[in-house]
Design a protein around this ligand. Structure first.
Ligand code: FAD
Length: 563
């Protein structure tokens, strides 16, 4: 992928997608697969919005059983199946254990009945997933003894065992967005990061493109398109703040969702669900507290998710120290054996997700249930649909629906594309362990197993470009104290449109996507980018400072320092 703002200005597109988070990227891929002429722009880097902050769960909808919402349960499960199928390198099954206590609603019989019903409702959950080791297994029950083997330190009073179900887990959320973007680009879409939609272009009451600003070249130009999909996530409604065309648009409610990563080796491959303190007021079956999850992810534990009403701009969302302390207290109360301290927290993620608009009986806003689709024809405006996504899990399917809505305005438009089964770039993998063995044979000897695993999980079959690059000793060299090698930096700049050091460190490689990689690593990666992009020394310094700022935003401190 080469950044080419000129290419965006030079033609009229069938569809322009604003925002390259999970939803916009999935929409661009879908539209390109339908054979349309597509442009995709993002004001930041691909996947750097809420999508990069995600808790990494691909929900199969088991939670909706509590809400007796079978339609949603099934569609969530279908999306999980689709992601497991089209991105096998980036999404894997994850077993989740819920400890069972006594004989009531926390008891084995109650949970087993619910999970068995879920299994029956989702019989086709592994359809088309070729690799059986990646199938979502049916529910199972663990004895008290087995449960304590896995989690020796959980509350033992009245413990009867655990009920286990499986969901999907993303290895790297930003790279999954990138896989959609790369797939769209491979089908001819023109994609550009750091390109902001400033305002819409109009022909009477019809949107016919956007005035865009290239934030790298600092130039403005028009991108013309027959149809525009506004998939700018929590920012989408700011583009509608134009009284002349949209009247007075009141932004919907958003939750600032947050989670954090702790430097604790997972005790097992299982995630653990423990009751938190927040009630799920929409539940019709059980009104007990929502679960908090401690999930193994890359040798650490990911803990979350917390929700808080947030009315400010998405850019200002962050995690306060006081909040971290409160969450740790809640987690320690729910799972005392963790004994979390501030020093354990190595990374915090947060971003905005739509809340529901309705209020519950207690006056609280209900959790958001569905993505929001605004077909602006209801306001007499043609050529524009706004999509505000709610769950990464449903991005593919919801993007397809939004496109269907938009394409109603294009006579003779192509029908649905099979995005639920066409593998994403790098995802055409019959068997991940076979690919792993082939990669071991092909990669230079000095490439460690940790590095190779990161290549396979982040790039799938495209790891071969890295293996080719790494034939040179200079490219095969590790970036200080990390498993990332210089070839990944080179590849990110040359092939994946990484523009800033932050793009490479936080989103293209594993360097800083889950912890601070250390100042030396930043310096080495910056030095390689300087050579590739012709930066001055001052620019290199500024890039390091920007990246430090982004890591500080995630409350990530350099190794060896106290958080
Ligand atoms: C802490 C947390 C945990 C979560 N956990 C889960 C989970 O486990 N599972 C799950 O399924 N979902 C989860 N979610 C929800 C999920 O992450 C989001 O619903 C999803 O990522 C939203 O994707 P999006 O594409 O709509 O938005 P975003 O990813 O925010 O993308 C919108 C993009 O639009 C761009 N943009 C904005 N304005 C403009 C403009 N004017 N011009 C050009 N570009 C623009 C932004 O830069 C951004 O990249 C979680 C969210 C958070 C915050």
């Amino acid at each position: 992928m080469k950044r080419d703002p000129g290419g965006l200005a030079a033609q009229e597109f069938d569809v322009l997608v604003i925002g390259a988070g999970a939803f916009g990227a999935a929409a661009a891929w879908d539209a390109a697969l339908r054979g349309l002429n597509v442009a995709l722009i993002d004001q930041g880097d691909f996947g750097a919005g809420a999508s990069a902050e995600c808790f990494k769960m691909v929900h199969g909808g088991i939670r909706y059983l509590q809400h007796a919402d079978i339609r949603r349960l099934r569609s969530s499960c279908a999306e999980r199946t689709a992601l497991l199928r089209i991105a096998p390198h980036l999404v894997n099954p994850l077993p989740i254990a819920i400890p069972t206590y006594g004989h009531g609603r926390q008891g084995k019989a109650f949970l087993a009945a619910g999970m068995a019903a879920y299994d029956l409702l989702t019989l086709g959950r592994n359809a088309g997933i070729r690799d059986r080791s990646r199938h979502i297994a049916a529910m199972r029950l663990l004895s008290r003894h087995e449960t304590l083997d896995l989690f020796p330190e959980i509350e033992q009073r009245a413990l009867t065992g655990a009920a286990v179900f499986e969901d999907g887990q993303m290895y790297n959320t930003a790279r999954l967005v990138l896989a959609f973007v790369q797939s769209a680009a491979a089908r001819g879409a023109i994609v550009a990061n750091y390109t902001q939609a400033v305002r819409f272009l109009w022909k009477g009451r019809r949107v016919c493109g956007v005035r865009a600003r290239d934030l790298i070249g600092d130039e403005e130009f028009d991108i013309r398109a027959k149809l525009v999909l506004n998939a700018a996530g929590p920012w989408a409604e700011y583009l509608l703040q134009d009284k002349e065309h949209f009247g007075i648009h009141t932004r919907g409610h958003f939750s600032r969702d947050a989670c954090f990563l702790v430097n604790r080796k997972p005790q097992s491959a299982y995630a653990l669900a423990v009751p938190g303190f927040t009630k799920d007021s929409d539940a019709v079956v059980s009104r007990s507290a929502r679960h908090l999850f401690a999930v193994p992810w890359r040798d650490c534990l990911l803990i979350g998710v917390w929700h808080r009403l947030f009315t400010e701009r998405p850019d200002s969302a962050q995690v306060e120290e006081a909040e971290l302390a409160a969450w740790m207290a809640e987690m320690n109360a729910s799972y005392p054996a963790l004994r979390l301290t501030r020093e354990d927290v190595i990374y915090a993620n947060c971003g905005l997700v739509p809340f529901g608009d309705s209020r519950t009986s207690t006056g609280d806003l209900s959790f958001g249930k569905e993505s929001r689709y605004l077909d602006h024809r209801t306001q007499g405006i043609e050529g524009l649909v706004t999509l505000i996504g709610i769950r990464y899990t449903t991005a593919r399917g919801d993007a397809a629906k939004a496109l269907d809505l938009l394409l109603q305005q294009m006579p003779g438009a192509p029908g649905r594309a099979p995005t639920e089964r066409v593998p994403l770039s790098g995802g055409d993998i019959a068997d991940l362990s076979e690919l792993r063995s082939a990669a071991r044979r092909r990669a230079p000897e000095e490439i460690s197993s940790g590095t190779l695993e990161a290549w396979l999980r982040n790039h799938g079959t495209n790891y071969q470009s890295l293996a080719d690059l790494a034939q040179s000793a200079a490219e095969a060299r590790r970036v200080a104290n990390t498993d990332t090698v210089i070839a990944e930096v080179t590849h990110a700049v040359d092939q994946e449109m990484a523009v800033h050091l932050e793009d490479v460190v936080l989103r293209r490689t594993n360097m800083g996507s889950g912890s601070h990689p250390g100042p030396l690593a930043l310096a080495e990666a910056a030095q390689r980018m300087q050579a590739l992009l012709g930066w001055t020394d001052a620019r290199r310094g500024a890039e390091i400072a920007l990246t430090e700022g982004a890591l500080a935003h995630h409350r990530a401190s350099p190794p060896g320092t106290t958080a």
